[in-house]
Design a protein around this ligand. Structure first.
Ligand code: GAP
Length: 518
């Protein structure tokens, strides 16, 4: 991560805490690593993200229904799904620092450095050649750039082959050959790489030993698979149809850094789309495009999003792609779209001995449906939206006495935690306070908002900007005479005088989520 990106990420995490979006879990006990709590504005933003997803997937599709399955499931679920045997990450310990790392991430770090070196060469050449510079040609033909990129590609190929074959010795050899040092201490004294299962487990109170071993679900998807027939029969859905679910998932991540990007307890929004075998390519393409549009509708720049095909497919998939977002630490997975074939239903069928098949009335056949899944981490989406929205902006003349810049959270208004704030011009004027509280009490039936008289108007505006409130309504002496107020729009800071009766409509026009689906 460059210094500028590191600084902006630090600023983002500090902002999340300072303004009540996210706190470290159990902070008074020095926190619990990679576990976070959502504060008053955080929970509102997170709920809005979930609502946007749920409405787009369930409410807008006649053939997608919802589910809320339990976190605990019969332990055989995880045997059938492959998670007991194959849900592993390669880990390596540094013998000197006693720190633990993911071997693939250490190796990826080397590749990233090589790519950065190539980028630096390109940047230098761009400056040297000016407008006539052909970047694509230069990347292909400059010997130094090609050398860096080729080396990165070779390392990538070797790493992927080792991961595919579960060849831990090859990963150990690669770490030693590349002379990878502990990023924190510089030591090269490594253990061998070994596999580590990411599932948390716990014990049923009344059954001792292996029999009573329970897992905290590492994905919500399995709750959907085991309920496939229940849902299909009770809702009389015909293929293709989907089941959507939002819920907690747990993974014992080896390296859990980067704030809420990689957590041990997190929330997923997943949808399994059950289809006729042979139609998986068509539906995979459909959901790729649909999900990308969902992100773009929020106003996220297309430059910040890209598809990235998986090179190492999970044990259940025959095709998989990530929608990556450009976080301050680079492009990383935000959402996955996976063609899961009939793997899960077939395995559950085998282990449970219960048929999980669909009777197709068109062909009079019974078969196990194929599945295309869309899976997005709610917390990662939260981080993406916060990172995208937070800007520091010059505000010109400092007439409000609050300085020449402001931190403003330019969230899409449909996602903003609060939709409005009402403030009296003077807090010691009973007439103004009463009028402002009256407006708050009127609007609170329609939108989440806030009455605030705890500072000067300039200060209150800054605070609402920092939490992303699209509208600030100021009540002044004229309001008492003619029932008008000043409404200030967050992004433009433009103010206009409007009648109190027009407020609800004006706010609704901007914050209504329905606009995102049209
Ligand atoms: N059911 C498929 C599945 O779970 P995944 O790619 O492992 O696929 C899906 O996870 C999404 O869940 C990811 O794209 C990411 O947004 C989120 N996610 C996964 N692990 C996470 C973690 N440790 N912390 C936060 N979000 C995570």
């Amino acid at each position: 991560m460059s210094q500028t990106s590191a600084d902006s990420f630090k600023k983002l995490t500090a902002h999340c805490k300072e303004y009540g979006f996210i706190y470290q879990s159990s902070e008074i006990y020095d926190g619990l690593s990679a576990v976070y709590d959502y504060g008053p504005y955080g929970v509102l933003l997170k709920n809005n993200i979930k609502e946007y997803w749920w409405k787009s997937m369930v409410q807008m599709h006649e053939n997608i229904v919802g589910l809320d399955a339990a976190i605990f499931m019969h332990p055989s679920t995880w045997k059938a799904s492959g998670h007991v045997d194959a849900f592993n990450d390669p880990l390596v310990d540094n013998k000197d620092s006693k720190r633990r790392y993911r071997a693939d991430q250490l190796i990826e770090g080397v590749m990233e450095k090589l790519e950065e070196k190539a980028d630096k060469e390109v940047e230098k050449a761009k400056k040297r050649f000016g407008e006539t510079f052909d970047e694509k040609l230069y990347r292909e033909t400059n010997p130094r750039v090609s050398e860096y990129l080729q080396k990165a590609a070779d390392i990538n190929a070797r790493m992927n082959e080792a991961l595919r074959n579960g060849d831990m010795a090859a990963l150990t050899a690669l770490i030693n050959e590349l002379e990878i040092a502990d990023p924190d201490t510089g030591s090269r004294n490594w253990t061998d790489v070994r596999m580590f299962n990411l599932m948390f487990n716990t014990q049923l109170g009344n059954i001792a030993g292996e029999e009573g071993k329970l897992y905290l679900r590492p994905e919500t998807a399995q709750g959907i698979f085991v309920n496939f027939l229940n849902v299909q029969k009770t809702t009389r859905q015909k293929l293709p149809f989907g089941i959507a679910q939002i819920g907690k998932a747990f993974r014992n991540e080896i390296v859990a850094r980067q704030f809420i990007f990689r957590m041990r307890e997190f929330e997923q929004m997943e949808m399994q789309f059950f289809i006729k075998p042979g139609t998986q390519q068509e539906w995979y393409d459909y959901w790729k495009q649909f999900r990308l549009k969902w992100h773009l509708a929020l106003g996220t720049s297309p430059d910040k999003l890209r598809f990235h095909d998986h090179e190492n497919l999970a044990h259940y998939a025959d095709a998989a792609v990530d929608i990556q977002f450009e976080f301050p630490f680079g492009f990383r997975e935000l959402e996955g779209i996976h063609s899961r074939t009939d793997f899960d239903l077939t395995e559950h069928q085998k282990l449970s001995g219960k048929k999980l098949q669909y009777f197709d009335p068109e062909t009079n056949e019974n078969y196990v449906p194929y599945v295309v899944e869309t899976s997005i981490g709610c917390d990662r989406m939260f981080l993406a939206m916060m990172g995208n929205a937070l800007v520091e902006e010059a505000v010109g003349d400092n007439t409000d006495g609050e300085g020449n810049s402001r931190d403003v959270l330019k969230l899409h208004p449909a996602l903003s935690p609060l939709k409005f704030a009402v403030m009296p011009l003077k807090r010691n004027e009973p007439g103004l306070v009463e009028k402002a509280k009256g407006i708050f009490n009127l609007l609170k039936f329609h939108f989440p908002g806030q009455y605030d008289d705890t500072g000067s108007i300039g200060k209150l505006y800054r605070r609402q900007d920092a939490i992303g409130t699209p509208f600030c309504i100021t009540v002044d002496f004229e309001s008492l005479e003619n029932d008008t107020v000043t409404i200030r729009e967050r992004d433009s800071m433009a103010q206009q005088r409007v009648s109190i009766s027009a407020l609800e409509g004006m706010i609704r026009e901007r914050v209504d989520m329905a606009r995102l689906f049209k």
